[in-house]
Write a protein that binds this ligand. Structure first.
Ligand code: SME
Length: 166
């Protein structure tokens, strides 16, 4: 796998081309797993990120809080379960907000699934009641690879998944 360095402006252009394609790919499908699988592939193919995927909130019987369980993804194998508030994903879940980590080695409690991960963005997916039901996680081999540009477009994409998942 190789990565072509692109400027924030280039990346904005790629998102602007890619998002309508992803939307047309998923808009006729209301199965969340199928859509998460195709989105993982589309983002990984377009940008060459190390890892793109989803963790879904699952509740065991009698358990209030639940935990994040690995969903569709593209990239190296990853940890299967993440507890509420743990790691970048768990923090995004507990805060219900996007988190960008420029240097994963400086993030206390970062869960290292790959030694090649250097930076990360996690975007929460909210249901109609404002509760997080999943998170989208993207890892890069480059430090400081995610900016407000990624946050902007990935939050739009997260909103589309939420509406289609109903
Ligand atoms: N680094 C994440 C764990 C998931 S992997 O990156 C795929 C975290 O700290 O939550």
């Amino acid at each position: 796998m190789y990565r072509i360095s692109v400027t924030a402006e280039d990346r904005k252009g790629i998102y602007e081309e890619l998002l309508p394609q992803i939307v047309s790919l998923i808009e006729g499908e209301n199965d969340m797993i199928a859509n998460m699988a195709n989105i993982s592939s589309a983002l990984k193919e377009a940008f060459g990120f190390l890892w793109v995927g989803f963790y879904i909130v699952r509740h065991a019987a009698g358990e209030d809080m639940g935990e994040l369980v690995l969903g569709p993804f593209q990239g190296p194998v990853a940890c299967s379960r993440i507890k509420y508030g743990k790691g970048v994903c768990g923090m995004s879940w507990s805060r219900a907000e996007t988190i960008i980590v420029d240097d994963v080695t400086l993030f206390p409690g970062h869960i290292a699934c790959s030694p090649y991960s250097r930076s990360e963005i996690v975007v929460p997916l909210l249901d109609a009641g404002g509760n997080v039901f999943a998170v989208m996680d993207i890892d890069s081999t480059e430090k400081s690879d995610f900016s407000a540009v990624d946050r902007y477009f990935l939050e739009i994409l997260a909103g589309k998944i939420c509406r289609l998942a109903k």
